[in-house]
Design a protein around this ligand. Sequence first.
Ligand code: GRF
Length: 194
Amino acid sequence: MTKLTGFKQIKTAVFISGRGSNLKNLIKFSKKKKFPLNINLIVSNKKNAQGLIYAKKYNIKKKFINFSNLKNGEKNLIYLLKKEKINFICLAGFMMILSSNFIKKFKGKIINIHPSLLPKYKGLNTHNRVIENNEKFSGCTVHYVTSKLDSGKIILQKKIKIKKNDTSKTLEKKILLKEHILYPLAIKKIFSNL
Ligand code: GRF
């Protein structure tokens, strides 16, 4: 792909644990003109994460990291990120909490997408809890990652109205589509001065 001269995409790693639809979407965006990030590395904490197929499909380096010992896992991860000269990290369905030591090393350079209107509904099973509580709205949030779960500064949020017949399944589908719009937008917002 021809890139504009003088414009260099930031070397980025995407961390996943599962399906990888946000990963795929970010890869697609990274191929567009002037998108701030290039996806150079895919990291998974699950050996068989479905999303790892995109490594082969798009010719991107992938690595499974075993975090059964968190300290060792993070040590290997830091080594890998340095080796690959990674400057930015996008978490996309990465179902693990990184240590504050790791997060400090990449302060302001790790972002995450969460399927709720944070600060509401941090953590797992978001859509179920939202439906159970008869919420009128839900949505998704892109935020900086800090050592507190789903708590860092919000970059962008998208709100949707919940319909009477929505279930956690239909809500998940609707919100995932919004995530695929919101994540690239949030990235563009962060780097809008480039
Ligand atoms: C998304 O809903 C994301 O917001 C959440 O985990 C899900 C990952 O989906 N953190 P995918 O693996 O990107 O398809």
